[in-house]
Design a protein around this ligand. Structure first.
Ligand code: ATP
Ligand code: MG
Ligand code: FE
Length: 336
């Protein structure tokens, strides 16, 4: 089964051709990051407009690189939520138009399910059930992947997403947008124990996360230093912040692995490309004899390969969408 996948939920216009959910024949990503950096974050109207300008070229290139034409595509997979409504609509309208014109089945995909499925592409032996920690710009979900397309959310963030916290802290220490990769880089020169930032614990669901307290604590530290006319060391702030995030994510993920009796753990989403997170998870899983999976960085951040993988499993489960498929900005995982 050959799927043409389209992703436009945020600031990446992406298309890919994916075979049987596991093999990427192409992976084209047109990022708008430079454009949004000017404003310190994603501007929805600009994102939508850019998607419209780029989407046809991105799809053509994905088909061309895969050595395919629309005539040998079996289904079209497209992200229909969650994300920015205007951005999502561009991909959904495009997918519906191609599907209608060429009479190709249409499959709507949940963006976060896509992030999880990125793991299938580079880990051919990975099969459910497993625990997946999704850490992205807008989500922090601890998920039990019961089967293909079947998810139970064990815990999620009560406030900021992990990626959001990275981006906000980066802005506060003057690193600019997007902050995650910059914090990752600068932290290598910093002392992770320079500051003792808080690790939030949620009492009524130990699997839930909270990052706003950590973020505030970092901001307070910076403001206090400013008042006392002391110099902060950005690398120390970054490394100490990152260390707190790594700690929290690792503790939660390990708890889920142990309590579920599963021996497999995967991570997904843009923040999963963080080198400190990967190293800490790798080491802990080795110690505890847990199989650890992660996509390569390019499949952690937004791409269409992951959407093609998720679409494949939905497709073989019989999911088809009609012309009423619409963008759903706050679509929940496991909902239709
Ligand atoms: P969502 O998937 O929740 O809708 P999104 O699609 O915007 O949000 P992703 O593309 O999955 O998010 O990830 C982007 C986020 O990942 C940004 O917050 C970015 O700062 C963060 N990120 C990317 N690389 C790294 C890194 N090396 N370390 C930490 N964070 C990172
Ligand atoms: Mg993005
Ligand atoms: Fe994403």
């Amino acid at each position: 089964v050959k799927i043409l996948a389209i992703e436009s939920s945020c600031d990446e216009t992406a298309a890919a051709v994916v075979v049987n959910g596991r093999e990427a024949l192409s992976n084209v990503i047109s990022s708008q990051i430079d454009l949004h950096t000017l404003y310190g974050g994603v501007v929805p109207e600009i994102a939508s407009r850019k998607h419209i300008e780029n989407i046809n070229y991105v799809i053509e290139e994905a088909l061309e690189k895969a050595g395919s034409t629309l005539d040998d595509i079996d289904a079209i997979g497209v992200t229909y939520g969650p994300g920015l409504v205007g951005a999502l609509l561009v991909g959904v309208a495009e997918a519906k138009a191609i599907s209608f014109a060429k009479n190709i089945p249409l499959v709507g995909v949940h963006h976060i399910e896509g992030h999880i499925c990125a793991n299938y592409v580079e880990n051919k032996e990975l099969e459910p059930p497993f625990i997946c920690l999704v850490v992205s710009g807008g989500h922090t979900h601890l998920v039990k992947v019961e089967d293909y397309g079947k998810y139970t959310i064990l815990g999620k963030t009560r406030d900021d997403a992990a990626g959001e916290a990275f981006d906000k802290v980066a802005r506060a220490i003057g690193l600019g947008y997007p902050g995650g990769p910059k914090i990752d880089k600068i932290s290598k020169e910093g002392n992770p124990h320079a500051y003792e930032f808080p690790r939030a614990k949620i009492t009524d669901n130990a699997y839930d996360f909270s990052f706003s307290g950590l973020k505030s604590s970092v901001l307070n530290q910076i403001n206090m230093a400013e008042m006392k006319k002391e110099k902060i060391v950005p690398a120390d702030i970054a490394a100490s912040f990152q260390n707190a995030v790594v700690d929290t994510l690792l503790t939660h993920a390990m708890m889920a692995v142990k309590e579920s009796g599963m021996n497999k753990l995967a991570i997904a989403g843009g923040v999963a490309s963080n080198t400190a997170i990967r190293a800490a998870f790798e080491q802990k899983c080795k110690e505890e004899n847990i199989e650890f999976y992660h996509p390569s960085p390019i499949l952690c951040t937004d791409n269409a390969v992951m959407i093609g993988s998720a679409a494949y499993y939905e497709y073989i489960n019989g999911k088809r969408d009609g012309w009423d498929l619409n963008a759903i900005p706050n679509l929940k995982l496991g909902e239709r």
